[in-house]
Design a protein. Structure first.
Ligand code: PLP
Length: 368
């Protein structure tokens, strides 16, 4: 949308669906390509704004333009969601104090445990649904790490209240927005300082790339953070391949369609699952496309269900077009707060009746 003549509607005035389709294109010139560029080069002719491939790439920039616009900030892409997590934690001063949920993405849980065991940080673990308890933990802290909804318990934080409380105390707030996507939740607009994404999941959406991103607010403070994160990316070298960035941008063109369909399927299935006799609990926050269920028969019962489906794929990860399921406690770093018999369902864009028949049959068999 760089092709809008000056003075006309800017890209941020258009609806997200319209921006998703067009952002990251090159300026319109007669005969020029409409698709975003895939630029494979490690170096550039001297004297330009970018000289080397670890500092910048036009394909990254195209993806960053699209994601930054959706989140209302400045985006930086990194090699994976965990590279984005590590970049965000680089903002924590050595020996600083971080407030984290007592259950969130297991890679984040393992990261803070390591910071704690090496003495690099003091860690305060909180129930992020207890807003007063989280606020009480902020005094003297340096960084508040939020994930909402959480993976895989689907707990939801009061983002505006917590971001405001953090800001009043000078605590940096970071929100992992992977599960909600910027279509359903925009943490920077709610007052957060940094947004983290596993682009691998909904944004790229086709289970074919690993990629991450950090997004900072378009404020003076945000720009300072952006510079620090940019420097971190350049010095640590966890840079994405241009092909991965191109695939992610191509996937993002249909983010609105995929999220809408998957979320509709998820809401439908959450209701039906609640009535199934083999399901003891359904966790569904009322939006998004991940539903976690607890099933009768403990871990073994859950494993039987995961191995008995035909349409649902038994695999880790989430956010792709295909429906995936997994018993999360299979993962070694999964927090103990996650029940042994919990199955995380990443609902895809397939026909909902096919999804239901397949899952209900697996549950019937496991229970029977
Ligand atoms: C998958 C995931 C990550 C890590 O992302 P990778 O792309 O796998 O490195 C971080 N946060 C959440 C919430 C995730 O689901």
């Amino acid at each position: 949308m760089t092709d809008a003549p000056a003075g006309e509607t800017g890209p941020d005035d258009l609806a997200p669906a319209t921006r998703l389709v067009a952002l990251g294109r090159e300026p319109a010139v007669p005969g020029g390509q409409v698709g975003a560029p895939l630029v494979l080069t490690s170096t550039y002719h001297a004297d330009g704004p970018v000289t080397y491939g670890r500092s910048g790439n036009p394909t990254w920039a195209a993806l960053e333009e699209a994601l930054g616009s959706l989140e209302g900030g400045d985006a930086l892409v990194l090699a994976s969601g965990m590279a984005a997590v590590a970049a965000a934690f680089s903002l924590l001063p050595h020996g600083g104090t971080v407030v984290v949920p007592d259950a969130a993405y297991n890679g984040v849980m393992a990261t803070v445990a390591e910071l704690e065991s090496t003495g690099a940080a003091t860690v305060r673990r909180v129930d992020l649904t207890d807003t007063a308890a989280v606020v009480a933990a902020l005094d003297g802290a340096d960084l508040l790490w939020l994930e909402s909804p959480t993976n895989p318990l689907l707990e939801v934080a009061d983002l505006p209240a917590l971001a405001a409380a953090a800001r009043r105390r000078g605590v940096l707030s970071v929100v992992d927005n992977t599960f909600a996507t910027p279509l359903l939740q925009r943490p920077l607009a709610e007052g957060a300082d940094v947004v983290v994404h596993s682009v691998t999941k909904y944004l790229a959406g086709h289970s074919d790339v690993l990629l991450g991103a950090v997004v900072t607010a378009r404020t003076e403070h945000g720009r300072t953070l952006h510079e620090r994160l940019h420097r971190h990316r350049r010095l640590h070298g966890g840079v994405p391949g241009p092909m991965e960035a191109w695939l992610a941008l191509r996937g993002m063109r249909t983010l609105h369609l995929r999220v809408e369909r998957a979320a509709t399927n998820a809401a439908d299935l959450a209701g039906r699952l609640a009535a199934h006799p083999a399901v003891t609990r359904v966790r569904y926050p009322g939006f998004g496309a991940v539903v976690s269920i607890e099933v009768a028969g403990g871990a073994a019962g859950a494993e039987r269900v995961a191995h008995a489906t035909r349409v649902w794929v038994h695999a880790t990860s989430l956010g792709g077009v295909e429906s995936l399921l997994e018993r999360r406690r299979r993962q070694p770093d999964e927090p103990e707060k996650v029940p042994d018999e919990l199955l995380r369902l990443s609902v895809g864009v397939e026909d909902v009746e096919d999804l239901w028949r397949d899952l209900a049959a697996a549950l019937d068999r496991a229970a029977g």
